[in-house]
Design a protein around this ligand. Structure first.
Ligand code: SF4
Ligand code: SF4
Length: 327
């Protein structure tokens, strides 16, 4: 049986790894594939996508393109694992925004200006569901309370995701009430050789409860697991303030005896440095909204003769901020 160490080399390599988080509800597969290409070339070791076969296939297509381009841009980059994220009904990672037509004034439109992910149609103001990552910025901006979060009930069976090429599974467990229902599918995933990660967020879980869940879940499988410490889920903000919650939460999990902790949620280009300064030994850092926004405005993202060079330069700086040794 393959072990985590054999499949997941970053844990045995020096220094923390970079994980690209594309978003558990993000299904713009063209952009997803482009992101996978850029961040594979930049040295990402994990590409975390929605739990659909199409998302896995798009990520792998992006990785393959990166491998083809690799010799032109860089020494051949490592091949990242594709991770699928599934979320409990009460976890913010499984939510997208919905608009109540009766309450919407349509004249603002504060929601449109607030959305950092181009997930609101400028003409109709409809939520573009495939692009919505559930950050809730539009909800905070709406003066009419016309927007609300709803759980997005999708996700292909794990067998199908495995067959599509996913080799890592991350479970966002919300407040943790339904975690036990995952023991059997997670055990099966691990027996096949898949990497398993449990994502615990500081908004819904106290450090004590998070440590308890992490230790319980670790007993489900024979291989080591990853534990994601989510500070501010889906924040994507810049600066030190945004990322401190994730580092603080990670530090508390580590102090509680949890191994293999990666930070996410509010993570950005400051996370790696701050973790090093505070001597918080992370195995990795997952960066989502900040990483996506960093390269989104580059023209010709999918065109190696267009904006790829600039996008790659930005992505490499971000990856190096987490793992300076890979620069
Ligand atoms: S901010 Fe609220 S009321 Fe204004 S357009 Fe958006 S959903 Fe409608
Ligand atoms: S602001 Fe966030 S929650 Fe609202 S539509 Fe955009 S991505 Fe979705």
């Amino acid at each position: 049986m393959p072990t985590l160490e054999k499949l997941f080399h970053p844990l045995t390599a020096e220094g923390p790894y970079f994980k690209l988080i594309c978003g558990a509800t993000f299904r713009d597969y063209t952009e997803l594939s482009n992101l996978a290409t850029i961040y594979t070339l930049a040295g990402a070791r994990l590409v975390d996508v929605a739990a659909t076969a199409e998302a896995v296939e798009a990520a792998l297509a992006g990785v393959r393109r990166a491998r083809r381009l690799g010799s032109a841009w860089l020494p051949q980059p490592p091949v990242p694992l594709v991770m699928v994220s599934v979320a409990a009904e009460d976890d913010p990672h499984g939510m997208i925004a919905r608009r109540d037509e009766d309450k919407c004034a349509r004249t603002c439109p504060h929601c449109l200006h607030a959305c950092p992910h181009q997930a609101i149609d400028p003409g109709s103001l409809a939520i573009v569901e495939d692009r919505c990552v559930g950050c809730a910025d539009c909800i905070r901006a709406c003066p009419e309370q016309a927007l609300q979060m709803e759980y997005l009930a999708f996700g292909d069976p794990l067998d199908l995701l495995w067959d599509a090429g996913a080799r890592a599974l991350e479970l966002h467990i919300g407040a943790g009430d339904g975690v036990d229902a995952w023991e059997e599918p997670v055990s099966k995933w691990s027996e096949r050789g898949g990497v398993f990660s449990i994502a615990l967020n500081a908004v819904q879980l106290s450090p004590r409860k998070a440590v308890t869940i992490a230790k319980k879940v670790a007993k489900w499988v024979d291989s080591p697991i990853l534990v994601q410490a989510d500070g501010q889920p889906i924040s994507g903000d810049a600066g030190e303030e945004s990322t401190l919650a994730a580092i603080d939460f990670a530090a508390k999990l580590i102090a509680g005896g949890v191994p293999h902790v990666q930070a996410a949620g509010g993570t950005n280009d400051q996370t790696g440095r701050l973790a090093r300064d505070r001597e918080v030994s992370l195995v990795g850092v997952g960066i989502g909204s900040f990483a996506r926004k960093l390269v989104r405005d580059v023209r010709g993202l999918g065109d190696p003769n267009g904006g790829m060079s600039e996008a790659l330069s930005r992505a490499r700086r971000l990856v190096a901020s987490v793992a300076p040794g890979q620069d």
